[in-house]
Design a binder for this molecule. Structure first.
Ligand code: CTP
Ligand code: CA
Length: 237
């Protein structure tokens, strides 16, 4: 642990991490959301900064103090998260980021219509359903627009089912998304959300699989960076 604290394997690297969960408005006071706490993304940012990286956190509805030395860009919806990720990781004035990590739980759908005034229960037409529109897939877009040498890392919480086990779903998702690494969480037992600890397997597009033992989110973050750092090319200035 002492040696890990002194590790400086991310000096000179620009890292952009999304965290939290998007909220898709129905009206000025209501939204469709999810339970992502943002803690794993925060831990990744904290550890990357401690190892010397220049870190930006694109935070969707996270109420945690900014980790030391990390710039936080607050967003609400998937569309805002998309715009912020592209601005920070692809089109920033400093050139493309070295690593992009998508830990945010991005809503797959949003209400198709957003009321400009609060929906009232006694209005003429009581709604029986909410029409939804599909949100953009930010990870896929980042992969499509990735710069040479840039590493793109996705996250996935999976459960086993009739179609396959957790790792089979992870492998299929990694291939579908086209990212370099996919960090797969097994959430079969209803674990993970809001919990302080975590466990994962880091799957690589090259067929590799690195098991991250159960531990604190900081320990998991450290193990993830240890898997990522050797994959980065020589630092540029
Ligand atoms: N993701 C994204 N944009 C979306 C949905 C997901 O960028 N609209 C990213 C997440 O941040 C995560 C990865 O894609 O890094 C996997 O998210 P997940 O919800 O597991 O993937 P989906 O393709 O939406 O698959 P599923 O049908 O299992 O929800
Ligand atoms: Ca999804």
């Amino acid at each position: 642990q002492g040696a890990a604290a002194l590790q400086q394997d991310l000096v000179g690297r620009r890292v952009v991490i999304s965290a939290g969960g998007t909220r898709e408005p129905l009206d000025p006071v209501r939204f469709l959301g999810n339970r992502s706490s943002g803690k794993q993304g925060w831990a990744l940012a904290r550890v990357a900064a401690a190892r010397g990286a220049d870190v930006v956190l694109v935070a969707a509805n996270v109420e945690l103090p900014a980790p030391f030395g990390v710039r936080v860009v607050d967003v609400g919806t998937a569309e805002e998260l998309r715009a912020a990720m592209l601005a920070e990781a692809v089109d920033s004035g400093q050139g493309a980021a070295d690593v992009v990590v998508m830990t945010a739980a991005v809503a797959d759908f949003r209400p198709e219509n957003v009321a400009t005034t609060k929906l009232k229960k006694d209005s003429a037409a009581e709604p029986s359903s909410v029409p939804l529109a599909r949100n953009p897939d930010v990870l896929v877009e980042l992969v499509t627009k990735r710069a040479a040498g840039q590493l793109v890392v996705g996250f996935a919480a999976e459960t086993g089912d009739d179609e396959g086990d957790v790792l089979a779903h992870g492998r299929a998702k990694l291939a579908r998304k086209g990212c370099d690494l996919l960090v797969v969480n097994d959430v079969s037992g209803g674990q993970a959300f809001g919990r302080p600890d975590n466990a994962a397997v880091v799957l690589g597009a090259d067929g590799s699989a690195v098991e991250v033992p159960r531990g604190s989110k900081d320990a998991v973050a450290a193990a993830i960076w240890t898997a990522v750092a050797p994959r980065l090319g020589r630092p540029t200035d």
